[in-house]
Design a binder for this molecule. Structure first.
Ligand code: F6R
Length: 244
């Protein structure tokens, strides 16, 4: 638990940078699982600063984003594709072919194969070295809403009403929020060698408490993280305020 989300974000960015540099030294690709939303913005900002001011290179980095709304155009400013380019990819030297974000325009007929191929690509790169997560008020990680199975892989999910309520301001009203998304699964996330979940602010305090101190349950999918061997929750005082 950090004094504030700024100090916490810098620490997380430093861990990611260290991993990227370590992999560079051994000529390996660094496979990052990335999240969108408000929580990781400051981490990305710090990684961009490290690239611009300290020469941190992303040439050996491969990324897989957790999720994307369905349907969603890449060019739409509400897309996670747009978000990631705006906050990270447009400002670093990552190779475009190494960026993977679920395609919000894939057709109904192709989406099952598409999800399987997303999963396979992660495996072909040797799995995720590091997975960055935020947490939704429903206890979702990625868009794995309550009811998500421990063994779930990348798939189409129906968004929870609370998740759509939380997204409504960005879409100028709940009616404009897509009802579905493509998300990596719980098993995809748990396959990462290292997981860091970010939680900022008082409005995350209750779900953080339930996630950390509650029983492992599909009703709070983030509780599955309790079974991971190398997972850290990085919180500010507000988000950690209900922990006993
Ligand atoms: C986003 C994602 C979601 C968010 C969560 C928290 O890619 O997978 O699980 O991390 O909804 O969102 P913020 O950070 O906006 O509170």
């Amino acid at each position: 638990i950090f004094e504030n989300s700024n100090d916490a974000s810098i620490e997380v960015a430093e861990e990611i940078a260290k991993l990227i540099r370590r992999k560079q030294l051994s000529d390996e690709m660094c496979v990052l699982g990335l999240a969108t939303g408000s929580s990781p913005i400051r981490v990305y900002e710090e990684l961009v600063r490290m690239h611009q001011e300290e020469g941190l290179s992303f040439e050996n980095v491969v990324t897989f984003n957790l999720d994307e709304y369905l349907p969603m155009d890449k060019e739409n400013t509400q897309s996670y594709h747009y978000f990631m380019h705006e906050h990270l990819f447009n400002h670093v030297d990552i190779l475009p072919e190494n960026v993977h974000i679920p395609d919000g325009k894939v057709s109904n007929e192709k989406v099952v194969d598409y999800c399987l191929s997303y999963e396979k690509k992660i495996k072909d790169f040797g799995g995720l070295d590091f997975q960055l997560l935020g947490i939704g008020r429903t206890g979702h990680i990625g868009f794995n809403e309550p009811g998500s199975h421990y063994n779930s892989g990348t798939r189409v999910i129906t968004l929870d009403h609370i998740t759509r309520v939380d997204a409504a301001p960005a879409f100028l009203g709940i009616d404009n929020v897509p009802r579905k998304a493509i998300t990596m699964g719980i098993a995809t996330v748990l396959g990462a060698k290292r997981i860091v979940l970010l939680g900022w602010g008082q409005n995350k305090a209750e779900i953080i408490k339930n996630t950390v101190e509650g029983e492992i349950s599909s009703q709070v999918p983030a509780t599955y993280l309790q079974s991971h061997k190398n997972c850290t929750f990085v919180l500010d005082i507000g988000a950690g305020s209900e922990l006993t």
